[in-house]
Design a protein around this ligand. Structure first.
Ligand SMILES: Nc1ncnc2c1ncn2[C@@H]1O[C@H](COP(=O)(O)OP(=O)(O)OP(=O)(O)O)[C@@H](O)[C@H]1O
Ligand SMILES: [Mg+2]
Length: 404
């Protein structure tokens, strides 16, 4: 199952191109699902589907389950709120009991236990079910704007770190102290169901991460030829790599056609050309597709499919991503080198620290706790550098100590 994610700054055309790419895949004979995690219904809007939020309307018609809108083309808008409640209910229940014991008003407590932004993350859990179902050849995901997507893609690993390192200790301590503490403080200690809920949530998020960082998945960055948009696209390329996601191309959308331009449009063509040259330079080595600024909104299956067909201009929109992916390990006679691709990052942007079995890699405001592969954990870090758009960390054997 090929998975394609579309991300980019707000309003650049993610939903339009996600829908168009899916429509093109379906027309080429693939069983295709285009899935949105966004609460706003822009995917449905791009496909001109009549989606009513009338609670009297059946769930299927609100697209919370996949609905076929053209031959082999299915659309789903994940009901993030519902998925959130299913995954979070046990954990929230515990938090609520703690807050109630602390004397907090139940309504205020409820507010506090809603994780902002988590809906989007949990909506991706849906991908596991789709992968397991064998129903699809292609799944296209229309993501939320860049910052949220990045946070979302970092979460499974961050939560995993907590669960592997902190939870076992906490669980043991809590087990031993639960009776004492509950009596003494009057605060309920988390029961096993809470821990189990956290562990289950993590396992599910981990599966999603494995799918999204696997060989069949890639991220496509959508941008418009404007400097501010380009700056954000560049940062997201670096951050996506930091978290191990593979970017397989860039779509420059809303490019003004040059022919027959009046002065106003000619001005834009020149300005866009300058930014497009920078885009080419920034994303050298990656396919760059250009998508024309249409004289009207491309809305409806046929319109978005035509836009996508023009954009990919005969290249295969589903081609397997090339290259080795953002993370690899090589060896030479001096030792072992761990390579983490960080395109566009300079030496000054990257910070590295070792913390037990983890490498803590920080780029700007994003941080990844990278668990060192098992074979390297016992080795010593001999040095690190940022070169050719990647972070290279060299590991060597620990010097032999005199043994008694
Ligand atoms: N190439 C194009 N030519 C003309 N109009 C376009 C083009 N691409 C997108 N649009 C229009 O621009 C608007 C925004 O597009 P779209 O909803 O796809 O962006 P988005 O990135 O998904 O936005 P959001 O961040 O809000 O989800 C829509 O009205 C869409 O029809
Ligand atoms: Mg959108």
């Amino acid at each position: 199952m090929r998975i394609l994610l579309f991300t980019g700054k707000g309003g650049v055309g993610k939903s339009t191109l996600a829908a168009g790419t899916a429509a093109l895949a379906a027309a080429a004979g693939h069983r295709t699902l285009v899935l949105s995690t966004d609460a706003a219904h822009s995917l449905a809007d791009a496909l001109a589907l009549d989606v009513t939020s009338d609670p009297g309307v059946a769930a299927g018609e609100r697209l919370s389950e996949p609905v076929e809108v053209a031959d082999r083309l299915w659309v789903q808008q994940v009901d993030a709120q519902l998925r959130f409640e299913q995954s979070w209910a046990d954990i929230q229940g515990y938090l609520l009991s703690v807050l109630a014991a602390a004397g907090l008003d139940p309504v205020a407590a409820e507010e506090l236990t809603v994780l902002p932004g988590a809906e989007e993350v949990l909506a991706l859990l849906e991908l596991r079910l789709h992968a397991a179902s064998g129903r699809w050849d292609v799944v296209v995901v229309d993501c939320a704007p860049t910052a949220e997507t990045l946070r979302l893609l970092a979460l499974p690993e961050a939560l995993g770190w907590y669960i592997d390192r902190v939870l076992p200790v906490e669980r043991r301590v809590v087990k031993a102290l639960r009776p004492v503490l509950t009596r003494a403080a009057g605060v309920p200690m988390p029961g096993d169901t809470v821990f189990d809920a956290v562990v289950r949530l993590h396992a599910e998020l981990d599966e999603v991460r494995a799918l999204l960082t696997g060989d069949d998945a890639s991220v496509r960055i959508v941008l418009t030829p404007e400097s501010v948009v380009l700056a954000e696209a560049r940062r997201s390329l670096t951050t996506l790599s930091l978290y191990g996601y593979r970017v397989d191309g860039v779509v420059a959308n809303r490019v003004f056609p040059a022919e027959g331009a009046d002065d106003w449009r000619a001005g834009w063509v020149v300005a866009q050309d300058a930014v497009l040259a920078e885009v080419e330079e920034s994303f050298a080595g990656l396919p760059l597709w250009r998508s024309e600024y249409r004289p009207g909104e491309p809305v409806g299956v046929a319109a978005v499919r035509d836009l996508a067909a023009d954009t990919y201009a005969g290249t295969d929109p589903l081609a397997a991503p090339e290259g080795e992916g953002p993370f690899r390990v090589t060896s030479d006679r001096h030792g072992t080198v761990l390579h983490l691709a960080l395109p566009l990052a300079g030496k000054a942007d990257v910070d590295l620290a070792r913390n037990g079995d983890d490498l803590v890699v920080t780029v700007g405001s994003y941080r990844r706790l990278l668990t060192v592969p098992a074979g390297l954990a016992r080795l010593r870090v001999a040095g690190a550098r940022v070169e050719d758009g990647e972070l290279q960390v060299r590991f060597v054997e620990e010097e032999k100590r005199a043994e008694a």
